[in-house]
Structures are given as C-alpha cells and as structure tokens.
Design a protein around this ligand. Structure first.
Ligand code: PLP
Length: 428
C-alpha cells in the first residue's frame, strides 16, 4: 500500500494542508523539507509560524538531545521541574526584563487555542463580565471560546452550536484606509443605547495572519490600548502566529509601544516544533484559584528545554535586525514584481510575514500550486484564500529567500501571463 492510500483510506476527511501539498515528508533541515522520494522543497510556510528558527536548528537540537540522553524528565503535569525553572528564569532575563515587562506565567495545554481559552476565561473572571470583543477576519483557534472570537464563517459553522458571549468589530482598514474603525468601537462603548454590553476583554492580532495578512498600524494599536484602558477592558494580544520575532522584535506589539494585559504565545515558542503554549498575565490579574484551569500537558519538559535554547537568538539584536532587513528585501521584490508585470495586486506585511492579495481571489491558490510544482511550499490565507502568504523562517539565508521569491515570480507569470516553464527558461 502506498503512503497516499494509507492516508486516504484511514485518515479523516478533515485533513487539510496535505491536500495543498501532496507529498510525504521524511526529513527537514533549515529552510528545506525532503519528501520520501528525496525531492527537496523550500519552506515558505514554516508550519504556519511554528518554525521561525527553521527546521531542526543545530543549537536547539543539541540542547534537546543532551536533555533526552541524560534522562531528563519528560512529563510532570504542572509539577515543578528544573526544565521549567530554567525556561522561566531565562525568559525573564532575555525577554521580559530588558523590555521593562512584568508578567506571571501560565502554561495551559500546549496548543494556541488552549492559551486563548485560558486568556478569555481569565479576563471574564477578572472583570466579572461575559462579552469578549474580537475583530473581523480574526483567527484565534478551533475550540469554542476561541471560535467565538474568530471571524471565518466556515470555521464558526463547524462548531455546531451557537457561539456567544462575543461580538465582532471592524479591524484596522476593514472600512477602507480613510476610516478609523476605532471611532465605531469607541462610540459603541460610550453609548448606553448601542446594544453592546461592556466587554471583559478585547482580543487582537497585530497582524492577522490567517485572516489575510491584515496589518494593524501602530497608531491604531495605541488607540486601542487607550480605549481599553479608559473603559477598564482587558487587552489580550494574541501573538501566537506573529510573535517570537516574526515581525522583527520578539513581541509584535513592541513597535506600537503598548503593554497588553494578557499575551498568548505558542507556535514558535519552543523553537523546535514541540508543542508549548504560554499565557503571560499582568500580576494584578492573576486571580486564578489553584487548579481552576488545568490540563494534562501543561508545559512539556523537552519543549521547555528547546524554548530555553531558542532564547539565545534574543540575547542580542542581531535576529531582529536581520528580520527587518530581510522583510525589506521581500517587500521591495514583491512590489517590484507587481509593477514590472503590471498586475493588479496589493502587498502587505511586517518583518517576515508578507501577503500578496490578487484582485481575482482564485489566483493565490493557483500560484501556491504552481509554486509547489516548482518545489516551494507556500500557503494562502484570507476568507477566500485570496492572499498568498509568505512565512519563511527568520533564519533563512538571503540566497534561499531570493530563490523562493524567484519561484513565486515564475509562478505568478505562469498563472497570470500564461508563461510556461519553457518560456521562462528560454528567456533567462
Ligand atoms: N491564534 C492565532 C493568531 C493563530 O494564528 C492560531 C493558529 O493558527 C491560533 C491562535 C490557534 O493555534 P493552534 O492551532 O495551535 O490551536
């Protein structure tokens, strides 16, 4: 039986990404994935933001192997472990203290949606209010609380029950560049007749990754922080996909100069693809009773070890600077491509997350497929999959980045201008 038969016969229809990228992967290193036939693919997807430091980075792997070979404890529920102690101390030393931040650490179950659920429950408990505000095109996960503040109608319908205790308001830019959507939100909050219950919290992504690479401006985020403060509403920044350096600095909200009340992290936190999630809570809001929110896998020791090793990337400013520089390179190249080819498309992004939105929503998917044929893994996002989303690893080499961008350009030419691979080879 071929591997494909195994999956098609036995794995649920719910499987998704394997349909866009039909290969069976076996090994991976840095920016590259290799399938069972030895074919190599350049990875511009990075597990939807899990692999910011690339696949199997040597310096993190060494820490993991050392820990496993010394029979370091793997599972402790939420009992104390040396691995957890080291992670907390190092995260404070490298990330929080230099930024003047003070947060308590909650380790929920290991996925992003676990962190979001914990954050929402805590905000409701702190304020005694029920409603949480999410934004149009937001994505926060697949469990019921997180889905209730997620925009995507298809995913919401999958809940099979009403999703409540939430309201959706327009994200930055949703009503066009000339409208500050926070005017609407603020007016609703101030007006007793608006029909909006006073919320416990607002949950926001600074860049909506799944929602189509929609970038909130620093000014908009600042104003959101001011409004939430004025109304004593907790501000939760969901940094699960665009935190851990994706936009340049470790936290995506740093550029806006704001301090959220709660921050959720997961995906690249462990630095190695091992599941780990973290809820950072301002100390005054840590009102949990012992064991009130629990779970079996709250902090996986090998993931603490790799997460601690990953923090070495943040001991100095080099990675931040390199992400900014590579981000500029990507933006320039994509804008240049659009001008050169005369196509209708929009480029958006920050740091090393960029999206190209094509005027015809079918184009992004076709380009993603054409890229895959050429050996580049790149996903689409947005409600109609209308945005091609570039998410290379932060540690990718310039030459690899350029190679991926060349493949994107060749694929766009093929899809939009009908140029074949042979035409492109002849023209080169
Ligand atoms: N929040 C954001 C911003 C995300 O991008 C995601 C996943 O893509 C989640 C939450 C949910 O994370 P998980 O899939 O690990 O539950």
């Amino acid at each position: 039986m071929t591997a494909f038969n195994t999956f098609e016969r036995h794995e649920s229809e719910v499987r998704g990404y394997c349909r866009s990228f039909p290969a069976v992967f076996s090994t991976a290193k840095g920016a590259w994935m290799t399938d069972e036939n030895g074919r190599q693919y350049l990875d511009f997807f990075c597990g939807a933001g899990v692999l910011n430091y690339g696949h199997n980075p040597d310096r993190i792997r060494a820490a993991l192997l050392g820990y496993l070979m010394s029979d370091g404890i793997t599972h402790t529920l939420d009992m104390y472990s040396e691995a957890k102690q080291r992670f907390i101390e190092r995260f404070n030393e490298v990330i929080l203290e230099p930024r003047g931040l003070s947060y308590k650490f909650q380790f929920p179950g290991p996925t992003g949606t676990n962190a979001v659920e914990a954050a929402l429950k805590l905000a409701r408990k702190v304020t005694g209010r029920e409603q949480v505000i999410g934004f149009t095109n937001a994505f926060h996960g697949m469990t019921l609380g997180a889905l209730a503040v997620t925009g995507n109608g298809f995913k919401r319908a999958g809940a099979g029950v009403p999703l409540g205790h939430s309201a959706s308001v327009p994200f930055d830019g949703y009503l066009g560049q000339d409208t500050d959507t926070l005017d609407y939100f603020e007016a609703m909050l101030k007006d007793q007749g608006s029909g909006m219950d006073m919320p416990a919290a607002v949950i926001v992504e600074t860049v909506q990754a799944e929602g189509g690479v929609n970038v909130a401006s620093a000014a908009w985020l600042k104003r959101l922080r001011e409004i939430t403060q004025q109304h004593e509403i907790l501000l939760i920044v969901d940094d699960i996909q665009v935190g851990c350096g994706r936009t340049g600095r470790f936290f995506s909200f740093e550029e806006a100069g704001i301090v959220p009340d709660i921050v959720t992290l997961s995906k690249s936190l462990s630095g190695y693809g091992l599941p780990l999630a973290l809820v950072l809570i301002k100390p005054e809001y840590d009102v949990w009773a012992p064991g009130e929110h629990n779970g079996t896998f709250r902090g996986h020791c090998p993931a603490f070890v790799t997460a601690t090793a990953a923090l070495n990337y943040w001991q100095d400013d080099n990675l931040h600077q390199s992400v900014v520089q590579k981000g500029k390179l990507v933006e320039k190249r994509l804008r240049g491509m659009i001008d050169k080819l005369g196509i209708e498309a929009q480029v958006r992004g920050r740091g090393l997350i960029h999206g190209i939105e094509f005027s015809d929503p079918k184009v992004a998917n076709a380009v993603s497929q054409a890229c895959f044929k050429r050996g580049l893994i790149i996903e689409t996002s947005g409600i109609d999959d209308q945005v091609l989303k570039l998410l290379p690893s932060l540690t990718i080499k310039d030459a690899e980045l350029k190679q991926g961008l060349d493949i994107i350009e060749a694929s766009v030419r093929e899809v939009l201008l009908g140029e074949t691979r042979e035409d492109l080879i002849a023209a080169a």
